[in-house]
Design a protein around this ligand. Structure first.
Ligand code: CP
Ligand code: NVA
Length: 313
């Protein structure tokens, strides 16, 4: 299944999970799971032989950069790494010009940007699929890996209660889109003034998503199947460190919180972690943590995305 391209996904951009149907979202996760199981069984198809992607990074990365690169290699293709230092878009040349060069050479572009609008611009101009490797608004590839982990942990992505505690940031916004597609119940706990994006939330609510925002993180965690957190200070927000540390007091997840979860409840974090802020090191290394399964699954989720968007295109 996985190395044959899916119905509607070939040639498309992946800027937001909210642009997918629930069926496409499920298909990406099942494709990633299938590729993972096949790889582990020694079945190593090369559906992206002679394909190349460009990877553009305006910000730092460990997982996204490594896993896209490794995924392309293991699928038989190749990646070209371009940092903002190399290309200087918006300074040395325009995003439009970068797009019209890259589309002549590569089969897809993965980009990590500050402004989400930069990605939208890139996708508008580039004649090849553009994949969001994280913007200030959304992080779709992360949530695909997370839902693959949820699928493996619970055997399903449906009828689960997910508690996201912390900043209403790019990861939180993408949880909202994922909840809209998966039908899971999402409880978000964030301090006032740090709510998720109003438009992302309004769209999900209009689609009937089951999402509640509370202020008490312990209340959000009670009975949850998944307790998820992310950094209080995202890349680019370093100047707000003092204000944010103060606002998020009481939001540090420790293993004691795990006693309040459902009996099968797990702890998740997309990493990197800022220990002593959103969680402790003990929480990440706890027996109920699946944090490194999430990190591993970035590779397999990336493969699902690359095969479905690029193979056959
Ligand atoms: N979770 C994640 O996207 O990690 P990187 O920033 O290291 O890519
Ligand atoms: N919210 C974090 C996610 C890092 C993967 C950030 O944007 O820095």
């Amino acid at each position: 299944m996985s190395d044959s391209p899916a119905h509607g996904l070939v040639g498309r951009d992946l800027l937001a999970l909210g642009d997918l149907t629930a069926t496409e979202f499920d298909h990406l996760i099942e494709s990633a799971l299938d590729l993972k199981l096949r790889w582990k069984a020694g079945d190593r198809p090369r559906p992206l032989e002679h394909r190349t992607i460009a990877m553009i990074f305006e910000k730092q990365s460990l997982r996204t950069r490594s896993t896209f690169d490794i995924a392309m290699f293991q699928l038989g293709g190749h990646s070209v790494l371009l940092s903002q230092n190399y290309i200087g878009w918006g300074v040395r040349e325009t995003i439009r010009d970068v797009a019209h060069n890259l589309e002549r050479w590569v089969d897809g572009i993965m980009a990590r940007t500050y402004g989400h609008g930069t990605l939208v611009d890139l996708a508008r101009h580039a004649d090849v699929p553009v994949i969001n490797g994280l913007s200030d608004l959304l992080h779709p590839c992360q949530l695909l890996a997370d839902y693959l982990t949820i699928r493996e942990t619970f055997g399903t992505t449906r009828d689960l209660t997910i508690a996201y505690v912390g900043d209403g940031n790019n990861v939180c916004n993408t949880h909202i889109e994922a909840a809209m597609l998966s039908g899971s119940r999402l409880r978000i706990a964030c301090p006032e003034g740090f709510d998720p994006d109003a438009d992302v939330l309004a769209k999900a609510m209009a689609c009937g998503a089951d999402i509640e925002i509370v202020r008490d993180p312990r209340e959000a965690a009670r009975g949850a199947d998944v307790l998820y957190t992310d950094v209080w200070i995202s890349m680019g927000q370093e100047e707000e460190t003092a204000r944010r540390r103060e606002a998020f007091a009481g939001f540090t997840v420790t293993p004691e919180w795990f006693d309040d979860l459902s009996p099968r409840g797990v702890f998740m974090h997309d990493l990197p972690a800022h220990y002593g802020e959103e969680c402790t090191e003990e929480a990440v290394y706890h027996a109920r943590s699946v944090v490194f399964d999430q990190a591993e699954n970035r590779l397999h989720a990336q493969k699902g995305v690359l095969v479905q968007l690029l193979a056959g295109a």
